[in-house]
Design a protein around this ligand. Structure first.
Ligand code: ADE
Length: 259
């Protein structure tokens, strides 16, 4: 069990963007309930000149600017000082460790974080060396800044804070995290009313009300969906005999894969 609320300080030139996480839905409620405390620091507030300059020319010349070191470091220092305990300082960039389910559960254990969002061409290498503890990426593509990546990370982490979701173990039943089987699987198909939609019906087993059969069907579908859509994910894990039987059932019912 995790002790106490989580504190996340964000260093960003665009603090307003974070209201998307702090004001809406599950993550908004977690912030309002004090499960997680999020606060932003803008390098702009630490700019020394009357223009509020927060960018600077790279020594290499050429196109593009870097974040100006002074205001950036002052904002990082303020975000660190705000945390009750020494935070891990994380820089979001495509050069970082790729965020996945394992990474999310790891970061969700931390009580104190500072997320540094780069803009322009990024930050000075010496700031990276001296101020940043860890570098994380949300995928092999380039965003216009670290904010959306930090928001993705924040949303995923907040889901794992105790009390953030209505039902205490709902996060344990998300795709990738099955606390019952210990497997990392995709989600199963889900259905709501009406019973017939676009000429397609809801699988009978879901209507029958036999919870044991529903659980069996759901696990079989999760195994099958992962086999169909993410064979790489399935190849990394070992199934027990029951799971193998269910997957074999799914495969034989599905027929051969179209090439
Ligand atoms: N900043 C720009 N692109 C990014 C990415 N893919 N992940 C994290 N931060 C980024």
């Amino acid at each position: 069990m995790l002790a106490g609320r989580m504190q996340v300080g964000i260093v960003t030139l665009f603090p307003e963007m974070f209201t998307a996480v702090t004001s809406f839905g599950i993550t908004g409620r977690a912030c309002r309930d004090g499960i997680v405390e999020v606060a932003c620091w803008s390098p702009r507030d630490y700019a020394k000149d009357r223009h509020g300059t927060v960018d600077d020319k790279p020594f290499s010349g050429g196109a593009g600017m870097l974040m100006k070191t002074g205001p950036l470091c002052d904002a990082i220092a303020a975000a660190k000082a705000w945390n009750d305990k020494t935070p891990s300082v994380i820089y979001l960039s495509p050069q970082g460790r790729r965020l996945d389910h394992t990474g999310v559960t790891l970061l969700a254990q931390r009580r104190n974080l500072v997320l540094v969002c780069g803009r322009y061409q990024g930050i000075d290498e010496r700031v990276l060396k001296t101020e940043i503890d860890e570098e994380w990426s949300i995928g092999d593509y380039v965003l216009s800044g670290g904010e959306l990546a930090a928001m993705v990370m924040l949303d995923a982490i907040i889901r794992y804070q105790p009390g953030a979701l209505g039902h205490e173990d709902s996060a344990g039943l998300d795709s990738f995290a099955d606390s019952n089987t210990g497997l990392s699987l995709l989600d199963c198909p889900r259905y709501t009313r009406p019973r017939e939609f676009a000429g397609l019906t809801v699988p009978e087993v879901l209507i029958g009300g036999n919870h044991e059969l529903v659980r069996r069907w759901q696990l079989k579908q999760r195994l099958g969906q992962t086999w169909l859509k993410r064979p790489d994910l399935l190849a990394q894990q070992s199934l027990d005999q029951h799971e193998q039987v269910l997957l074999n059932e799914f495969i034989s019912e599905y027929g051969t894969l179209p090439t």
